[in-house]
Design a protein around this ligand. Sequence first.
Ligand SMILES: [Cu+2]
Length: 437
Amino acid sequence: MVINTFRQVMRGLAILALMFAAGAACAVDLNMPVGVTPISQDVYGLHMYAFWVCVGIGTVVFGLILISIIWHRKSTGHQAAQFHESTVLEVVWTIIPFIILIALAIPAAKVLVKMTNTSDPDMTIKITGFQWKWNYAYLQDGFSYFSMLAADSNAAAQLDSGINPDTVPHYLRDVDHPLVVPVGKKVRLLITSDDVIHSWYVADFAAKTDAIPGFVNETWIQVDKPGTYRGGCTELCGRGHGFMPIVVVAMPAADYQKWVTAMQAGNGAYINPASMQPESVGSPVVFSAAELNFNAVSPVAAGGNAASPPTAAPAAAKPAAASAPAEVTHTVAGQQWTLATAMAHGKQIYAANCAACHMPDGKGNAAMNVPAIAGGPIPNGPLAAHISLVLHGKGIMPPWGNILNDADLAAVITFERNAFGNHTGDLVQPSQIKAAR
Ligand SMILES: [Cu+2]
């Protein structure tokens, strides 16, 4: 009997020791990140301060309980003290918690005020949440772009993809077009939404602000260390909620300025901040200075960018093979597609934007009342009606004209009309999308 009790006690102690060891082993990872912005460091300091106050209170309270249990228990002859309405005691146990609360509230309020002080920013970026992507608009620099789940994560996330997510770098934590900010500058973020409530959150910045349709919330960041920082949407916003990560690249101010200049010259093409090259879709990719400035590419492309409205586009433009390099598969609003380049790019646009509802095989989703692309009446019917539906949306279908640029829309509509067993032979050019807007 005694031996059994002894064994149980020893086993309990061994388990406790293991738990402490495990706790110590991962204690470093359990704490919140210190972060790279002044606010995140303040928040971390606040967190540690509150933590040590809690440790102090815990030590006193549990210490007293332990002393009472061990040295003042009934079995050793101690009697409970009997007293009521001790004014001194009541004043003491009111004043002490009051002091503790004030001591916590003052530094917390200071950080809160600092956090919401968005005055005198060096620059402003407007962030708009969409189901399920982010749009970043550089208000002073005059360009904006969408940031969505990286293609490799998206491919692996598909049902029965056969791709092991462990083989995908930064699975569900990577995007195609990261937000780019300069190091050491105060960046004001205006945050809103186009559809439902999202929330923009990057732990290393201690920035977490709800994106609410019809409201513009604001916060600010000042990233003091160059690097790549990851976050995600933190407001359950629908079934793609887990698939709208956030990636922010912080660059030295001089490099950032080069990126801005390249973005402004790129006419809609995203410039990869790592390589400072325009993003490529498919390969091989051929770029020249002239292609980056599409005013100089071809008469048709220049027309797409002209201030005056373009003349009515032909119902089914023929591939302009002579004027557009066949290999160019980046998206510049105003470029000319060939059937091959449009199909290749349209396939990627479809996978990133349309497959979630219309399904990767184009069969649609009867339960959600989403019609099929494969053999469906719209992709096989009049082209104008198809373009109009994609541009303006209908029911649960969003107006993609607000989300994708002319080149992407032309490519994806071309793809839908010539994939999944559809054979209309239609090739849609960005100028047709522009004319139909
Ligand atoms: Cu969300």
